[in-house]
Design a protein around this ligand. Sequence first.
Ligand code: SF4
Length: 394
Amino acid sequence: MAHEDRAFYDQLADRGVTRRDFLKFCGSVAAMLGLSEAMVPTVASAVEAAAASTLTPAVWLDGGLCTGCTESTAQGTTPDVAQIVLDILSMNYMETIMYATGDSAEAALKDTVEKFKGKFIMVYEGAVMTGFDGNALRVAGKPGLDQIREVAPNAAAIIAVGSCAVDGGWVKANPNPAGGMGIQEFLKQEKIETPVINLPTCPVNPEWIVAMVVDVLFLGKLASGQILKELDEFNRPKVIFGQTIHDNCPRRGHFENGEFVYEFGSPEEAKGYCLYAVGCKGPQTYTNCPIVRWNDKASWCVESGSPCIGCGDFNWVDQNAPFLNRFRQIGIGDYKQTGGYVPGNVAALAGGVVAGALVVHGLGMKAAGRIGEGPATEDMKDYDRKRMKKGGDK
Ligand code: SF4
């Protein structure tokens, strides 16, 4: 074992992580990246090599946010291997948890951008706030948009963490007074071409960030440009966002048997039946939540009894609310106020964004229905018709 390897394993041991834990972790990263078991040693070597070389600089910028993704990433219950991998990044600027404040914090950001032009990773959390001429969010005495304009063009890549960074999330919900939008959309407007990797959901799963760091940095896919080929049309990694939650849900057997929860607090809920009838969006939401789970793999939404609310979907807040309804009522707030016209959604439809998402997710929802005479509903699929009757519950 090389000297550097020993140092790395000593570092792991200092934090209570055994070599076996580390290899297990590499196995789970490899699986998440769609790599075969034979690639586990390659993943392990890549992480070891990265730990032994110069730290990769990174900056974490905040838009309009609740800091939930920071919490999700920083608050592992133990200093697990994932956290150690993130420590291999030199996080030179992170507004929520950095020690420096004021001018010294801003100097750290400026320094990183100047010294590591084209070589640092920018993580973006929260929505880009374009409202009030960019003054809806001010950072360091100026519009937050200026910070993005200064940093983003110089980054090697941008990882958008959480649905607010990806498409505006909660912050962008109708009527969106602060002009929230996703970082990718904003960069397009600004003609900034830095590659963006989108990791939606609310909050983001830290294991996805780790997998992307290993994949794009340590395994070199960013440098080779390969990563861009492995993103879907929404710039999400296909390996993570390629299957529906429904595909991997442990309640799927109940769905197939027509065993549904129709009411919370019911005997059906106690039996752990399928949550489709109380609004579960698992069949149309593409993430691997049932496999990676949250909080050190303790649980995830459906496992803990909540229907999936589709937070991995694009424009999910407007599309999926009210979350516990089986059928969608799109842009209902605007719909009521303007007598049938839904400005945000119509604009998005015109741009093809929502339409694309709907087609991809197989919602079968008709745009005309959404802006017609009443709250639009998702078309019922054949299997729903057969199974949604309460009498089908055995
Ligand atoms: Fe599908 Fe949701 Fe039922 Fe799971 S709980 S089987 S994701 S509908």
